[in-house]
Design a protein around this ligand. Structure first.
Ligand code: ADP
Length: 417
């Protein structure tokens, strides 16, 4: 039996999952870091070796393929030997804002790179770094971690490369990018899951992996979480009920609408469309503890609609499904009973979810057939029943929601890309 290893580098830590050919989880590993970490390169390296070291020795020799996902738009510059020449810029770093004016003169209107946190905006900002001249390669987090395992520099995948401006439809860098005359090697872009090379012999020997264990091209953390759900047909969607509300709908049509922050990732012959709203669990957390959420939810009758019409936000502004930076939180009137207040919040978020899927479909995405659910809110069956009432399609919890699991499926070649 050949096993596969998926490694997820998320926002608060790294996780690994080893699965067998049936997709059963045989081992899980975790390594957390401090969010105020200063030396990210050291931290990621330590996390990678820590995860490999946590895999039970009996399993290591059975692993046939490894894939890694990283946070989208986390990038770093390396020299010709793969050593970082400066600190990485993390996914949420907005310093690329300084490059947006230059970029907007070159990139097509509304392109995904025209955001302060896009990889390309960050790269342009990095050109002013004192050590930029030493840089030979621009790599995403997942590319660099993969390099530590297989030793090949300058290789990426078309999920990570989207926000670098790579044309995922034509599978080439667009001509307008050449006008920027970036004086270093942009990564060669492969289909996620494509074999890059064998694990370096030194690492295989040190940890007891097989000599022919393959390292394959990776993906981003949010796509990996989608892959974990098992959704693979047009019309299947995953709603993430985490701190925010994130919708992803698999479609035959590519849709883009920068006004709503909607864009599509390529998934083989299909497109993973989606958008993110600022409503979500962070608002629930502001008012209730997790224990209260469970207790109060159990008192709600999900078959009875709540009359309360909220737009739950912690601060003004949303982009999807309503694009209005000034949109005010609507949390009034607040009933005396907490149970009724929570009912109104859950019901209002369900309406926003449905409106989001309607927007994606109105822009041309395939008709919704199923909603899988991930994130902290997925455990709430009362909320699921309320959402079911609005969405009119089956709403189910995903069996697997961890990005590391989706990445292990990618390593195994179990996802159609
Ligand atoms: P993050 O986006 O931070 O990774 P998680 O997926 O861990 O978020 O989900 C955390 C969120 O889930 C919290 O904001 C919390 O309010 C919400 N949550 C936790 N338990 C419940 C519950 N029983 N019902 C609804 N929401 C819940």
């Amino acid at each position: 039996m050949t096993l596969s290893l998926g490694i997820d580098f998320g926002t608060s830590g790294a996780r690994g999952v080893v699965i067998d050919e049936e997709g059963c989880v045989l081992s899980e590993m975790r390594h957390y870091w401090l969010v105020e970490t200063i030396d990210w390169v050291k931290c990621w390296r330590e996390a990678l070796w820590s995860l490999l070291g946590q895999i039970p020795e009996a399993l290591r020799g059975e692993i046939g393929a490894i894939a890694i996902n990283g946070t989208s738009s986390t990038i770093l510059l390396t020299d010709g030997a793969g050593e970082p020449v400066d600190a990485p810029l993390l996914y949420n770093d907005g310093r690329g804002a300084a490059a947006l004016e230059q970029l907007s003169r070159i990139a097509p209107d509304n392109h995904t790179v025209l955001s302060a946190t896009s990889s390309l905006a960050k790269l342009l900002w990095m050109q002013a770094l004192p050590d930029f001249a030493k840089a030979r390669y621009l790599l995403h987090q997942a590319d660099w971690l993969g390099f530590l395992l297989h030793g090949e520099l300058g290789i990426s995948d078309y999920h990570n490369a989207l926000k670098l401006g790579y044309d995922v439809e034509k599978l080439q860098y667009p001509e307008w990018l050449e006008q920027l005359e970036i004086p270093l090697q942009l990564p060669q872009v492969l289909t996620p899951g494509t074999a890059i090379g064998e694990l370096l012999p030194r690492i295989a020997a040190d940890f007891g992996f097989k000599g022919d264990c393959l390292v394959v091209a990776g993906t981003t953390d949010s796509i990996a979480a989608f892959l974990a759900s098992g959704a693979k047909f047009p019309g299947e969607a995953v709603t993430s009920l985490g701190s925010t509300l994130v919708l992803k709908l698999l479609s035959r049509q590519r849709i883009e609408d920068a006004r709503y922050g909607i864009y599509s990732h390529r998934l083989g012959d299909l497109w993973l469309t989606g958008g993110a709203s600022n409503t979500g669990g962070a608002v629930l957390k502001h008012f209730f503890s997790n224990v209260e959420l469970v207790r109060l939810s159990a008192e709600i009758d999900p078959t009875q609609p709540s009359e309360l019409d909220y737009y739950p936000l912690l601060k003004p502004g949303d982009r999807f499904p309503i694009n209005d930076p000034q949109l005010l939180p609507r949390l009034e009137p607040r009933p005396d009973q907490n149970k009724e207040f929570l009912h109104g919040l859950l019901e209002s978020m369900a309406r926003i979810e449905t409106r989001g899927y309607e927007l994606l479909q109105n822009l041309g995405a395939d008709s919704l057939t199923h909603i899988y659910t991930a994130g902290g809110g997925a455990t709430n069956s009362v909320w699921t029943a309320i959402r079911q009432r609005y969405s009119k399609v089956p709403v189910v919890s995903s069996i697997h929601t961890e990005a590391a699991y989706g990445t292990a499926l990618l390593a195994m070649g179990k996802v159609q890309i």
